[in-house]
Design a binder for this molecule. Structure first.
Ligand SMILES: NC(=O)c1ccc[n+]([C@@H]2O[C@H](COP(=O)([O-])OP(=O)(O)OC[C@H]3O[C@@H](n4cnc5c(N)ncnc54)[C@H](OP(=O)(O)O)[C@@H]3O)[C@@H](O)[C@H]2O)c1
Length: 296
């Protein structure tokens, strides 16, 4: 059994990476190291091997990914390198260094044609390059690490950092009185701070401290909405007047096909790690307050 002390967070300038940075002060019993793309470039296998020749950890939390879902359609090789081959290499290294691995994956591994929240064992059928490369990353981890790897699928991540739906809606409402937003894709938003907190709760859990069989778990905030409802709620909670009209996916064509139904069943993660998950509107309110404070 390895007691977790030294933790590496990759992709530290991303939404989840920065959310870990934000909460790290509450976990100063751990030695948390943050690696940016400049320090650890997952598109370059030499960068990865060099980095781990010089550094070793008890736990790697992989938040880095090629997350540009539409761009991935025309950058499939790069997306595969980062989301699949680099993850394979990280898993090999983690196994060799006897480190644990928490790897973040996505609801986009599913085709979204189901009508009940996805459980971890449901059939996967990604609709685009991003989902496919993330799935291959998951499969590589499970193939290489029989033990001590946790793959956490999440959905619709937003935060006060980087680019995301919440910040896009707020920006667009500055210039426009009305917006069209898709109402036939439903899922659950996930506030990146809640996800980072949940992961640290898991890390502290006794079950995680032991050797455990590698597995998949699902995490998002609680509740359900469409992108349309999400946009309406962002404006309501921010006191912004902007007319939002519901449109269908077919009226907003994008290079990548997205799942219509993205709900994740979180029973497993809640039960195993004794987690309480915040309701999405409460977390959205929290994020909007942080954004408001930051703009003052
Ligand atoms: N965003 C979502 O809606 C969503 C939904 C489901 C699952 N996820 C998963 O959740 C995880 C975290 O997502 P996020 O929202 O925090 O994504 P994000 O904000 O796009 O951050 C991704 C990070 O990965 C880094 N990165 C990209 N290419 C890299 C490379 N070649 N080497 C090293 N780092 C690289 C980026 O670096 P730079 O800062 O330098 O660009 C960025 O810091 C990812 O695994 C993602 O697939 C996200």
């Amino acid at each position: 059994m390895t007691e977790v002390n030294a933790i590496l967070v990759t992709g530290s300038n991303g939404q989840l990476g920065q959310s870990f940075k934000k909460i790290a002060k509450d976990y100063n019993n751990y030695d948390i190291i943050f690696a940016t793309r400049g320090e650890l470039d997952l598109s370059d296998n030499n960068s990865i091997s060099n980095y781990f020749q010089q550094n070793s950890f008890d736990l790697i939390i992989n938040c880095a990914a090629h997350t540009a879902v539409d761009k991935a359609e025309s950058e499939s090789e790069l997306a595969d390198t980062i989301n699949h081959l680099a993850v394979e290499q990280l898993a090999e290294i983690a196994k060799q260094q006897q480190a644990k691995l928490i790897h973040i994956s996505t609801d986009y591994v599913f085709n979204g044609q189901q009508y009940r929240p996805y459980i971890e064992t449901d059939d996967v059928a990604p609709q685009g390059v991003y989902g496919l490369t993330k799935l291959k990353g998951e499969q590589a981890v499970l193939r290489i690490m029989e033990n001590n790897a946790l793959i956490l699928r999440t959905s619709w991540v937003y935060s006060e950092f980087g680019n995301n739906f919440v910040k896009t809606m707020l920006r667009l409402a500055n210039d426009r009185d009305s917006l069209n937003v898709i109402f036939d894709q439903v899922g659950t938003p996930t506030y990146a701070t809640d996800l980072a907190q949940a992961i640290m709760t898991i890390v502290q859990n006794e079950a995680f401290q032991q050797n455990f069989s590698s597995e998949l778990v699902h995490y998002s905030n609680e509740g359900v909405c469409s992108w349309y409802d999400f946009a309406k709620t962002i404006f309501e909670l921010s006191g912004i007047t902007c007319d939002v009209s519901p449109i269908e996916t077919k009226d907003y064509p994008t290079p990548a096909t997205r799942p219509h139904y993205s709900l994740l069943n979180k029973a497993k993660i809640k039960q195993r790690y004794d987690l309480t998950i915040p309701y999405w509107k409460d977390s959205l309110q929290h994020c909007l307050s942080v954004l408001q404070e930051n703009s003052e």
